[in-house]
Write a protein that binds this ligand. Structure first.
Ligand SMILES: [Fe+2]
Length: 362
């Protein structure tokens, strides 16, 4: 199987993973043969691509970082918790215990994977939905936390903070949140309040003793997720040494996922370009050590991607190696514009004169 951008999916292609809708419901089941009408529906819903079985990718398995079932359940629970924040001011107690349990399940699923080189395609599939963004940020944050050697309890708190990191956005006018064009300075000032608003809302539950799941580390992580090491962030413009580690981790995960996602005014960046941005901000915007772990753990050319080499050949990524994200194992399928009998080329061992110059949509 491989990831195919929506505009390259052919009718009759077989779906290799289910496609989920905005509330985590299954829209198209695994094994379904695609039709033109399905592809049009994907376009309407802003789903940029899907996993497809085809001859090119025969024998290639892409393991999702999270099971579709857990991802769907978590999306529903985030949606419920965020709308409780929006409307449930009269609620008698904090209602996020269910989400906290899911934070634990996410940590357990990610920890159980022997290969922690993260293939982010399941992250890229549903990029336009806010609640999926929260799940993506959580997966990326937990991967960093594992790289930092966190024990389970700390990982669960980190995951919980990442799931709730943008809850303060429910207190900002939807007209500003969903505005497709550039924000005015006043509107941006309002957006800049969302980490503090989220903190204040959750802190109310924590301080009143009505929450079993919240803790100071979780609250501070949420408040700090837009702070930057050089004090250029918001809402407090804190310098690096004052920013909590949870805040620094969620910052990297949040920016990366935002960059690779489509927005109404721009298409998402390629993963390699988004990683370049994160690397260029190491030490100034982002914590150097966290960026180091992130760049070793996250595959910039995920398994199932087609890439072009510096000699013009095209290959499919078969495997990634931790710390060598520029040099995966490939299945070469095209040379000099002509299809060839597929063969393997391990860029980590051979062909050291060749480099990957871009990803290819096909
Ligand atoms: Fe945010």
């Amino acid at each position: 199987m491989r990831y195919v951008p929506r505009n390259c999916i052919k009718p009759s292609a077989e779906l290799a993973h289910p496609i989920l809708g905005i509330n985590g419901e299954i829209l198209l089941q695994k094994g379904v043969k695609m039709k033109k009408s399905y592809i049009r529906r994907m376009e309407k819903l802003g789903i940029p691509g899907a996993y497809i079985h085809d001859a090119l990718s025969e024998g290639v398995e892409v393991v999702n970082s999270l099971s579709s079932e857990l991802r769907a359940r978590t999306v529903r629970e985030i949606s419920r918790c965020y709308s409780q924040a929006e409307t449930g001011q009269k609620a008698k107690r904090d209602d996020s215990a269910g989400l906290f349990r899911m934070a634990g399940e996410i940590v357990d699923e990610l920890t159980a994977q022997s290969d922690m080189m993260l293939n982010l395609f399941d992250v890229k599939v549903y990029d336009s939905y806010t609640f999926y963004h929260c799940v993506n940020v959580t997966v990326l944050s937990v991967v960093i936390g594992l790289g930092l050697g966190y024990a389970r309890q700390r990982l669960v708190k980190l995951a919980f903070a990442a799931l709730l990191h943008d809850v303060g956005k429910v207190f900002i006018s939807p007209a500003i949140i969903n505005k497709p064009d550039a924000l005015t300075p006043e509107e941006f000032e309002e957006i800049k309040q969302h980490p503090r608003l989220g903190y204040d809302y959750l802190n109310k539950w924590y301080a009143s003793g009505k929450s079993a799941a919240l803790s100071p580390a979780v609250l501070m992580g949420i408040r700090d997720h837009h702070e930057r090491m050089d004090a250029s962030g918001y809402p407090s413009a804190k310098p690096g040494e004052k920013i909590t580690e949870f805040g620094r981790i969620i910052a990297v995960a949040d920016v990366y996922d935002a960059l690779i996602s489509d927005r109404p005014y721009r298409k998402g960046l390629f993963t390699a370009d988004a990683m370049e941005y994160i690397l260029s901000g190491a030490g100034s915007l982002f914590d150097l050590r966290i960026v180091g772990i992130f760049s070793r753990k996250v595959a910039i050319f995920p398994v199932g991607t087609c890439v072009m080499l510096s000699n013009g050949s095209i290959g499919l990524v078969l495997e990634n190696f931790e710390g060598l994200t520029q040099r995966p194992l490939l299945r070469i399928i095209e040379e000099g514009g002509v299809n060839v009998k597929p063969y393997s080329l391990d860029l980590s061992q051979d062909a050291l004169n060749l480099t990957i110059i871009s990803t290819v949509e096909m």
